[in-house]
Design a protein around this ligand. Structure first.
Ligand code: ADP
Ligand code: ASP
Ligand code: MG
Length: 407
């Protein structure tokens, strides 16, 4: 007998019929003798709808109030799911984050889980009750409702699995596992039987939304056995996130391609090439709490340099505004923005022992006439910034060039 945490994403609980399907799946696991804790997201589209209502009323809504409204989506699905599980003849009870006490910090709309009181859930499990816990939400020290950032139900599930020392955390979604790239962009993409934790962390942080990055961080920290599966199929192993590289069955150099459209670039042109200039440019950006991703500085011959960096597209306008203000102070010629860029990244632990991956990537892109604007590398990934109009083409040709469709 095992203890399993099962998380169901928005599409998986998108209608009452699908909620009944989820309940049937839970009943099957119970019938096999397992203990199950269920974590649903809101019905698909619901969180967007709620946030849209907020923006109709206030152009920049208060983050505290946004969390109060956004968290209601999950309150609907926990109740419906508990009812559906009861209708299967089982005992079930729904809980909001506050009722369990999923304690978070007070960073509204992107709160971090600090602690979970798992006592109540354990008592339920001991009595054969299936607890249904709202994903995405928690409560801070002062009793304010918080949410964990978009896609945060994954993190709720993994954190609950860690707190309960569950045998496995299963993430049920609308694809049957983690693929070599988003199967919506490349239909030939192949499901991976396993992916290492490190690779999954890179894929998630570089834009693959199949798992929220914090859920992968949690799984790594607490060694939670994590699996991604389809909620629309009864059979299937999905994808297991492994901790040991030798557990990885496929020995490909590249495991996957991730991409992100949420990118924007700022270029500061004609600044004096002297010590302290990077700090003068990025200091005010950091002070405004804006995360900078890639950075490029070109030393010119005339003692002047161009300095470019990328930020999340949502923060582009703010970053541009900050630099316009310090333009004269730093002695820049101009501040130029571009929010039509994207980032494409290749990820694989096999890169550690293989050279030439970067050059093969650059050649493949050049053969399609795709200009690379920025490059960044680490031991297990290579990222390039390109014009967003080439995103799908780039992902498709790289997927083919690296033979990712083959097992
Ligand atoms: P849920 O609502 O279940 O949390 P998400 O939409 O958050 O589902 O995540 C599942 C989606 O992630 C898939 O429909 C797919 O389009 C996308 N995705 C992006 N990259 C990948 C990948 N490498 N493998 C599988 N799915 C991916
Ligand atoms: N419902 C939340 C969202 O749409 C959380 C989640 O789906 O994981 O972001
Ligand atoms: Mg998700």
């Amino acid at each position: 007998m095992a203890l399993i945490v099962q998380k169901f994403g928005g599409t998986s609980v998108g209608t009452t019929e699908r909620i009944r399907n989820v309940a049937r799946r839970v009943a099957r696991w119970k019938a096999m003798g397992h203990d199950v804790v269920v974590v649903p997201s809101a019905m698909s589209g619901e969180t967007n709808r709620l946030l849209g209502l907020a923006r109709e009323v206030q152009s920049v809504p208060s983050p505290r109030e946004l969390d109060v409204i956004a968290s209601t989506g999950e309150q609907v699905t926990i109740a419906l799911l508990a009812m559906a599980i009861q209708a299967e003849g089982l005992k079930s009870r729904s809980y909001t984050g506050a009722q369990v006490r999923v304690l978070t910090d007070s960073a509204f709309t992107k709160a971090r889980i600090l602690h979970i009181d798992e006592e109540r859930l354990r008592r339920d499990l001991a009595q054969g009750i299936v607890p249904v816990v709202a994903g995405f939400q928690g409560i801070d020290e002062s009793g304010n409702i918080t949410t964990l950032g978009r896609g945060g139900s994954d993190t709720s599930a993994v954190a609950l699995a860690a707190a309960l020392k569950a045998d496995e955390c299963q993430i049920y979604t609308d694809v049957d596992g983690v693929y070599t790239t988003d199967p919506r962009i490349v239909p030939e993409a192949r499901r991976l039987k396993t992916i290492t934790f490190e690779e999954m962390l890179e894929m998630a942080s570089l834009g693959s939304k199949v798992l929220q990055i914090r859920s992968v961080e949690f799984a790594g920290k607490y060694k939670v056995r994590l699996r991604v599966l389809s909620s629309f199929e009864d059979e299937g192993e999905g994808t297991l996130i492994t901790f040991e590289e030798d557990e990885k069955m496929e020995q490909a150099v590249i495991s996957g391609i991730a991409f992100s459209r949420d990118e924007a670039k700022v270029t500061v042109t004609g600044v004096p090439d002297r010590p302290g200039i990077a700090y003068a440019i990025l200091g005010p950006v950091a002070d405004a709490n804006i995360d900078v991703d890639m950075i490029i500085q070109n030393a010119g011959t005339d003692q002047l340099t161009d300095f470019s960096f990328t930020v999340h597209r949502n923060e582009h306008a703010k970053a541009m505004e900050i630099l316009q203000k310090v333009k004269t102070h730093i002695g820049a010629r101009d501040i130029v923005g571009d929010n039509r860029i994207c980032k494409v990244s290749m990820v694989g632990v096999g890169m550690r022992s293989h050279v030439g991956i970067a050059s093969q990537m650059f050649r493949t892109l050049s053969e399609e006439g795709i200009n690379i604007q920025m490059i960044s590398t680490s031991e297990i990934k290579i990222s390039v910034v390109i014009d967003e109009k080439y995103l799908e083409l780039a992902v498709r040709v790289l997927h083919k060039a690296f033979g990712l469709e083959q097992a």
